[in-house]
Design a protein around this ligand. Structure first.
Ligand SMILES: Nc1ncnc2c1ncn2[C@@H]1O[C@H](COP(=O)(O)OP(=O)(O)OP(=O)(O)O)[C@@H](O)[C@H]1O
Ligand SMILES: [Mg+2]
Length: 364
């Protein structure tokens, strides 16, 4: 087991920086998810940890010990990739036993460890089959089994369940999280699926174009995104963004827009007036932080026109047109508004966000 630290880590391929000045502390025994879109540098980061890729600058440390110059086999990490890379002509047992065999461990001990891992992953009855006789989810479990029999210091999982079907993915999310908790082994888990990161990780490192945007618990990243990019990437359906003006009315600051004028809370007013006042603001609000009604409410509200309604499982998503943008609101399936009708949204002001329109950074 190991604490993993990234200190000012860079990866360049020629002149192209794929990872820029990465700083992360991943405590011993914890589950870190690296989350970001395709090409943001997730696999490059993992490959540097595994020793499959040279670290251009900076240091990666295990328990404060720099590992930059350590050979991959001496790092004691086990990796699982999306393509499980099982040996087609070996049985499940032989596939799982392989890393131990290579280390010259005695056959009785190998059998004991493979059996224990197979029990944990509920694949004991598959040990004599070959990979082509397995489903995608079963193959994935064998690949994970092969990683855990080694009892490594660190697990590196790179999109291990990305191409399984939705139901199996949901199941495997739970399994992998449980497995990590049971074994207590430090885990770095790469995904571009925010739901996976949100549901499994202790800490999420959100990356974009090679740069760490935010490191925080799933709750922090969801509730207090540091910029509009993170806010828009995390959460489904995505956060709505609307450009707003600011106006003082009777000592209160209002967000103004052709479709509304709503006073901010006292705390938000304090934050907006402290420090440098951004030139232009972008208001962010999640679809479930508003309520929608067909009758005009008494208090401050947004007026819009229904574009379309969609059923999404037990919820309804209403797309609403404003003058210059379209927002999405989550409501109950009992909602009866029709396309083209005027509707009214009341905002939960404790849950709306303000970003600088120029830089994207969160004002609050
Ligand atoms: N061996 C390489 N040589 C040159 N450029 C590379 C190499 N490997 C990756 N890159 C580039 O570095 C950037 C980061 O790639 P990386 O594989 O780390 O992204 P990723 O976040 O894992 O993406 P994905 O979600 O698609 O797997 C990309 O622009 C990619 O094209
Ligand atoms: Mg990748």
């Amino acid at each position: 087991m190991a604490k993993v630290s990234f200190r000012n880590v860079w990866k360049k391929y020629g002149d192209l920086p794929a990872v820029k000045d990465l700083n992360i502390e991943c405590p011993d025994g914890s589950f870190l998810s690296i989350l970001g879109p395709s090409g943001c540098g997730k696999s490059s980061t993992m490959r540097m940890v595994a020793g499959l890729e040279h670290i251009t600058a900076g240091q990666i440390l295990f328990d404060e010990r720099p590992i930059n110059n350590l050979a991959p086999k001496d790092r004691d990490v086990a990796m699982v990739f999306e393509n499980y890379a099982l040996y087609p002509h070996k049985s499940v047992f032989e596939n799982m036993a392989n890393p131990l065999k290579l280390r010259g461990q005695d056959p009785d001990r190998i059998k004991e460890r493979v059996t224990a891992a197979a029990n944990l992953l509920e694949i004991s009855e598959l040990l004599q089959r070959r990979p082509q006789e397995l489903s995608g989810g079963q193959k994935q479990r064998v690949a994970i089994g092969r990683a855990i029999v080694r009892e490594p210091n660190l697990f590196l999982f790179d999109e291990p369940i990305a191409h399984l079907d939705a139901k199996l993915r949901a199941h495997m999310r739970g399994e992998i999280k449980h497995l990590q908790r049971t074994l207590g082994t430090t885990m770095i888990y790469v995904t571009h699926d925010q739901l996976e990161a949100m549901s499994m990780a202790d800490q999420i490192a959100v990356m974009h174009e090679g740069e760490l945007q935010q490191l925080g618990t799933p709750r922090e990243v969801y509730n207090k995104p540091v910029n509009a990019w993170v806010a828009g990437f995390v959460g489904e359906p995505a956060m709505n963004f609307v450009d707003v003006g600011l106006q003082h009315k009777a000592d209160k600051i209002h967000f103004t827009h052709p479709n509304f004028s709503i006073a901010v809370t006292e705390e938000q007013q304090r934050l907006l007036t402290a420090g440098t006042w951004p030139n232009a603001l972008r208001m962010g609000i999640r679809p479930d932080a508003m309520s929608i009604s067909m009758t005009r409410p008494k208090g401050d509200h947004i007026t819009g026109k229904i574009f379309v309604t969609e059923l999404l499982g037990g919820d309804m998503i209403v797309d609403v047109d404003l003058e210059d943008s379209r927002i999405r609101v989550k409501t109950s399936t009992e909602f009866e508004g029709l396309e083209g009708e005027t509707c009214y949204m009341t905002v939960n002001r404790d849950k709306w966000h303000a970003f600088s329109k120029d830089t994207g950074s969160a004002v609050y």
